[in-house]
Design a protein around this ligand. Structure first.
Ligand code: CA
Length: 231
């Protein structure tokens, strides 16, 4: 299981299904879009680890979508693999110049695709995955799943740990309960939004004796935010 999430943008359903099937079997979490518009809205909602985009799409070419994403600071670092039926060299060059990190020419085997994806994820990994996250003396170590406040360890349940990890990797941004549900629990789980509040309370309580509970801020009418500084 890789646990990495891939967004597949392909309008031709049989091809998309074949890809999704192959990727899920390889342990990826997969989301699907059939055009650029849907891809953009899914990207705004939740950032995948990699984008697999077909060149020929109904509303805009995959090439143009990639160009746009690579121009935008928010999405610039998202690894992109372009699917193309075009074996011509100039097209491949155009794809790479448009910002795609790699391309796979149709027809391809699921195995080849998985290999390319894994290779790109490995290349993209340094820098994007920080083992240690730290803000103002609160430290989260992803390798050991430990949270430390200075020299003392903070005891957290698994959900509170995941929540804190999410907050620390997405600081200074407000997330609604719905977004937290999606990003911390994963989209397919049925959890009441109130449950979020319960876990937020538990997380704050665990952090309280170290004074870090104030990092988890309530934003009225909007949700929660992780602040990087104790004020
Ligand atoms: Ca297509």
């Amino acid at each position: 299981m890789t646990g990495k999430q891939i967004l597949v943008v392909e309008d031709e359903r049989p091809i998309r299904e074949m890809i999704v099937f192959g990727l899920r079997r390889a342990g990826f979490e997969v989301r699907e879009a059939e055009d650029c518009r849907s891809a953009r809205s899914q990207l705004a909602d939740r950032r995948p680890d990699l984008l697999l985009v077909d060149w020929m799409l109904p509303d805009m070419s995959g090439l143009e979508l990639t160009r746009q994403l690579k121009r935008d600071r928010e999405t610039r670092e998202l690894p992109v693999i372009m699917l193309t039926a075009r074996a011509d060299e100039p097209d491949k060059v155009a794809g790479l110049e448009g910002g795609a990190d790699d391309y796979v020419t149709k027809p391809f085997s699921p195995r080849e695709l998985v290999a390319r994806i894994n290779a790109l994820l490995r290349r993209a990994a340094p820098g994007s995955v920080e083992e240690q996250l730290e803000y103002d003396g609160l430290r989260l170590d992803r390798a050991s799943h430990r949270v430390m406040a200075g020299e003392r360890s903070v005891v957290l349940g698994p959900t509170e740990y995941r929540m804190l990890e999410f907050f620390m990797t997405h600081p200074e941004r407000v997330y609604s309960r719905e977004q937290l549900l999606d990003r911390v629990w994963g989209g397919n789980v049925y959890v009441e939004q109130r449950t979020i509040d319960v876990h937020i309370r538990r997380l704050r309580k665990a952090l309280e004796e170290f004074g870090y509970d104030r990092l988890i801020q309530t934003v009225r009418g909007a949700g929660y935010r992780f602040s990087t500084r104790l004020e």
